[in-house]
Write a protein that binds this ligand. Sequence first.
Ligand code: ATP
Ligand code: MG
Length: 212
Amino acid sequence: MITIALSKGRIFEETLPLLAAAGIVPSENPEQSRKLIIATNRGDVRVVIVRASDVPTYVQYGAADIGIAGKDVLLEHGGAGLYQPLDLNIAKCRMAVAVPAGFDYAAAVRRGSRLRVATKYIITAREHFAAKGVHVDLVKLYGSMELAPLVGLADAIVDLVSSGATLRANNLHEVEEIMPISSRLIVNQAALKMKHDKLTPLIAAFAGAIAP
Ligand code: ATP
Ligand code: MG
């Protein structure tokens, strides 16, 4: 049996064409079904539905053989026990710094001010500001980072941005791109050896189906 860990929402949707290229069709959509284990048209392949940030953990411990996770999530996880053979070029966005309208980020950085930054991405944010030599106090949040500067919890946020609509709706401005983000295929290193015959063709099919 091959177990694939996916999160529902955009990763599940954008993975469907890649699975199809490997001849795999899930039998249900996790948005409609409440099932956490989804069968496929192939008796030897199943999909498990987990939180996006839990995908690397399931694969690391071998509870899933492969999975698909955003670079954002992989940087926070650290990647232990994971082989990352492919950038799938799906779920594309960017990691960025945003501040409220009226906050002069460039001036604060020039003055060497200590900034309070709210984010779900502590490791990525710490590395980014350390590389710039900016002193920060990081405040860990689990969602809705956009609220933090509006109520005085932080001067700035580090979050994922795609269209920028959520930032605009909350009167925030993107002031710095940290890195582009897309999702990667991750493979359990032991499973790659033990299930080589089944996993190698699957990885090859995914590789052949990546959109430019
Ligand atoms: P949860 O919603 O369970 O708290 P999450 O927000 O990390 O977790 P998703 O919103 O499904 O889960 O995001 C999954 C992945 O998709 C993220 O890890 C990131 O790589 C990518 N992603 C997040 N937001 C966007 C976006 N606006 N546009 C494109 N890709 C995104
Ligand atoms: Mg989300």
